[in-house]
Design a protein around this ligand. Structure first.
Ligand SMILES: [Zn+2]
Length: 181
């Protein structure tokens, strides 16, 4: 499944996205039910739209978005719904370069209104100085998601790079090793 997503990302990068013209048809085909092929947990950043980044069709992705791409209890519950009720077997935890939430956390922004986002990011980054913060944060979120999913589900950590448009899969973070049973 991840291969299909990366193929879509390739189309996105090269300006050859396919899923623009078929939305009316797809909308009408899915009035009774949804059958997404993958779930994506990503940041709310307006430039990081998984449907566009993966050139996915209407209804293809079960998308959960929150600033920082955090694996909050609500996000986890949403992903579990995609897995348990909709049959999704691939969950992509998609971080991105240039994440404002991560940058604010690193910069020590002190705003009580933002604390529910910034505090978990700081906790994720604690003890990992010198490492690329978006990657670390995404790794930690993916680990949390992995721990909350059934073993048969693939959890893939990835980073979207707006400068190039590509999505880099971090195999080391894929956590397949815990899904062998
Ligand atoms: Zn972000």
């Amino acid at each position: 499944m991840i291969t299909e997503l990366l193929d879509g990302n390739q189309r996105f990068q090269t300006g050859t996205s396919e899923h623009c013209a078929d939305r009316t048809v797809r909308r009408l085909q899915q009035l009774e039910s949804q059958r997404p092929v993958a779930a994506v947990l990503s940041c709310a950043d307006a430039r990081v739209d998984p449907d566009l980044v993966f050139d996915a069709g209407l209804g293809d992705l079960f998308s959960v978005r929150v600033a920082g791409g955090l694996a909050t209890p609500e996000a986890i519950a949403s992903l579990r719904y995609a897995v348990d009720a909709l049959g999704v077997r691939t969950v992509v935890v998609l971080g991105h370069e240039g994440c404002g939430a991560v940058a604010a956390a690193v910069a020590g922004v002190d705003d009580p209104g933002l604390a529910p986002v910034l505090d978990p990011i700081r906790a994720a980054l604690a003890g990992r100085p010198g490492e690329q913060p978006e990657r670390v944060c995404t790794c930690v979120q993916a680990g949390t998601v992995r721990g909350a999913m059934p073993d048969h589900v693939d959890v893939v950590a990835a980073i979207y790079r707006p400068s190039t448009g590509d999505v880099v899969i971090h195999d080391a973070l894929a956590a397949h090793s815990t899904s062998s049973t």
